[in-house]
Design a binder for this molecule. Structure first.
Ligand code: PMT
Length: 210
């Protein structure tokens, strides 16, 4: 299979030196890319700014902003059989990007934000027979919020990720997730390495493809 994976955060700039971002390290998405590669798939990894080494044998597209990630995913989606969106894409960006570094003395009292287009939602008409998997990073009402995203984003599965835990979610090497398929029973996985979560996810995609 050709598998397109996104990983890491995006950065939405306020001025040339400051940005809005989040805590994503890219570990979960890179683990998915590695697992897919190890299981014999062709992988394109669209990566936000992270300090991880991409494994040899896959194509890496490096992006910074959500708009760049959207362009890279849109360029790759037609050629993929499965898309796994593990990236933590910004939901908002500054309405205005200042050309020069803002002076401390003239800092705006408030920051106007505008919504970032949702990458997955924008791909609905191009899904065809492709398998789309999203992740849902939640701090409350984990399963309900994840299910709402599964439906609104027209996904085959969402991986519900409780990011209020300190031993799972952002930055750490382990994760505790629930696989929620569009059809079938949800499956809560115990705390395990992101590599193990990734291997199970790739196996789920393979089984779904059959
Ligand atoms: O990178 P790590 O440190 O290893 O941490 C892993 C992780 C917590 C980042 C990862 O496992 C995770 O949960 N990723 C999804 C984070 C997220 O953005 O969740 P969300 O609930 O805001 O978005 C839901 C889905 O929509 C995601 O698949 C996201 O990629 C996608 N999305 C979000 C916003 C947007 N503008 N476009 C999108 O397509």
């Amino acid at each position: 299979m050709n598998i397109l994976v996104t990983a890491g955060p995006t950065r939405e700039f306020i001025d040339p030196v400051r940005f809005i971002s989040n805590r994503s390290s890219g570990k979960m998405g890179y683990a998915v890319a590695r697992a897919a590669l190890m299981r014999g798939h062709k992988v394109v990894l669209v990566s936000g700014p992270v300090s991880l080494q991409a494994p040899d044998g896959l194509a890496v597209v490096r992006v910074v902003s959500a708009a760049e990630m959207q362009s890279a995913v849109e360029a790759g989606v037609d050629g993929c059989d499965a898309l796994v969106m593990a990236a933590a894409v910004s939901d908002w960006r500054p309405a205005r990007v200042h050309a020069n570094k803002l002076k401390k003395r003239s800092a705006p009292a408030t920051l106007d934000l505008e919504p970032v287009p949702d990458i997955l939602m924008g791909l609905a008409s191009r899904k065809g027979g492709r398998i789309f998997v999203g992740f849902a990073a939640e701090t409350e009402n984990l399963l309900d919020e994840a299910r709402a995203k599964l439906n609104s984003k027209n996904l085959d599965m969402i991986v519900a990720n409780d990011v209020s835990r300190t031993d799972a979610g952002f930055e750490v090497d382990n994760n505790a997730v629930t696989f929620i398929p569009a059809h079938g029973e949800a499956m809560a996985l115990p705390l395990m390495s992101k590599d193990d979560v990734a291997e199970r996810l790739v196996k789920w995609i393979e089984a779904r493809r059959k």
